[in-house]
Design a protein around this ligand. Structure first.
Ligand code: ADP
Ligand code: MG
Length: 392
């Protein structure tokens, strides 16, 4: 189970990518996170995989608060999550088989059962004939299927995919989604983020829509269908007992607006939900948040401008009055005479303290890099493994 509790993420640059996200995803669900580019989807996904830490709020996986756990546990968490990305992230110098096996090697699956597992997942994604091919010999769709097989090799309870079809044509995208759906049917929770709303409409799954870092819609499709079709007629099958029902006809079909025939309709828009479900943010609140962000940006720009103008004015005045300038520079060059003065001057810190602070900042930066480059870290381990093999 994944729980987001009032999750905010403000990047160091000051961008508020998430502004208070609440939702709960139960084990075995298939959930789409949709939203325009820049709405915060990837940031949300990264809060699940611990690639980013929320600045406020909590993220729980199985009642375990991952937003405040020690960094040492991050690899342990990631071993239980299958991750799939838009750019596949395969190792170019390894074959399909090796790419998938590698993910199992690093968590210590014994070689013999690993070979079997790799063959199994390759079968599931329909690539058993491509085991010895290298990534650059495959189409985009095939590469993504390898990435899915790799994500499955550890039999994770949770699969997260960030724009898995972003580089693929519509037909291949459907194929990839069908595989993800199949994985979900076999028990894994699947969370997919995408901006492709056409694809999402067809899948009839729960949809959480993000707009400007807030939840604009959280629509449980099964709930939607139950509400619209309260009394289903019993359907005992086609044939002579059901004379009058032509083969292929469904007696429950009602030729009304609920029936989704939008399969090929590019202009089809999902009707606005009649009421808001738990966790949703009303559109006017989102608009307000957007307006506020714009106003804040404008105010910051105006202030910066005013400060510039003030600086220029001061410079002019100083130039005009040579005497004043001299006095100021004299005063500045005089060393501070009493402990009080130094204490009150917040800008003046002892040299050791400044140095220690700088060091801790650069350490933080390094930590961040590690978070982003975990794939590269794996490649380095890989070199070690290869050397060991040669020694044997
Ligand atoms: P999406 O995946 O929906 O396109 P993102 O989560 O990538 O959205 O981005 C949401 C907002 O956060 C955007 O304004 C983006 O520019 C900003 N953002 C994303 N990543 C970073 C980062 N590492 N540092 C600063 N700002 C970021
Ligand atoms: Mg993104």
């Amino acid at each position: 189970m994944i729980v987001f509790e009032n999750v905010h993420k403000t990047y160091k640059s000051g961008v508020d990518a998430l502004r208070g996200i609440d939702f709960e995803i139960k084990d075995g669900e298939f959930v789409f996170i949709i939203g325009k580019s820049g709405s915060g989807k990837s940031t949300l996904m990264k809060c699940i995989t611990c690639e980013e830490v929320p600045t406020e709020g909590n993220v729980y996986i199985d009642d375990f608060n991952i937003s405040s756990m020690s960094r040492a546990l991050v690899p342990v968490l990631r071993r239980q999550i299958g991750m799939i990305y838009q750019d596949f992230r395969l190792i170019e110098t390894k074959t399909v088989f090796e790419n998938i096996a590698f993910a199992g090697e690093i968590i210590g699956i014994p070689r013999k059962s690993l070979t079997q597992t790799v063959q199994l997942v390759l079968n599931i994604v329909g690539l058993k004939d491509k085991a010895d091919a290298y990534p650059q010999e495959l189409s985009g769709g095939e590469q993504q299927r390898v990435a899915i097989a790799r994500a499955m090799v550890n039999n994770p309870k949770l699969i997260v995919a960030d724009e898995p079809t972003g580089n693929l044509d519509p037909e291949t995208s459907e194929n990839i989604m069908a595989i993800l759906q199949e994985i979900n049917r076999s028990g894994s929770t699947v969370v997919v983020c995408t901006h492709d709303s056409n694809l999402v409409d067809r899948m009839k799954k729960r949809v959480i829509e993000i707009d400007a870092g807030l939840i604009a819609r959280d629509e449980e499709d099964s709930k939607y269908e139950q509400e619209k079709k309260p009394e289903e007629k019993e359907f005992s099958g086609y044939g002579v007992e059901n004379a009058g029902v032509a083969f292929g006809d469904d007696p429950n079909f009602e030729g009304d607006a609920d029936y989704s025939d939008n399969f090929d309709d590019e202009n089809y828009e999902v009707p606005a939900p009649a009421e808001f479900f738990f966790g949703e943010t009303p559109p006017e609140v989102i608009e307000e948040a957007k307006a506020k962000a714009e106003a804040e940006a404008a105010a910051a720009a105006a202030q910066a401008e005013a400060e510039e103008a003030e600086k220029a004015e001061v410079a002019e005045e100083t130039e005009a009055d040579e005497e004043v300038k001299e006095e100021v520079s004299e005063a500045e060059s005089e060393p501070a005479k009493t402990a009080d003065i130094v204490f009150n001057d917040e800008d003046k810190k002892p040299a050791e303290e400044v140095k220690a602070e700088e060091e801790s900042v650069s350490e933080e930066d390094e930590e961040d890099d590690k978070g982003d480059d975990w794939i590269e870290e794996l490649s380095l381990n890989d070199i070690d493994l290869d050397i060991q093999e040669d020694d044997d």
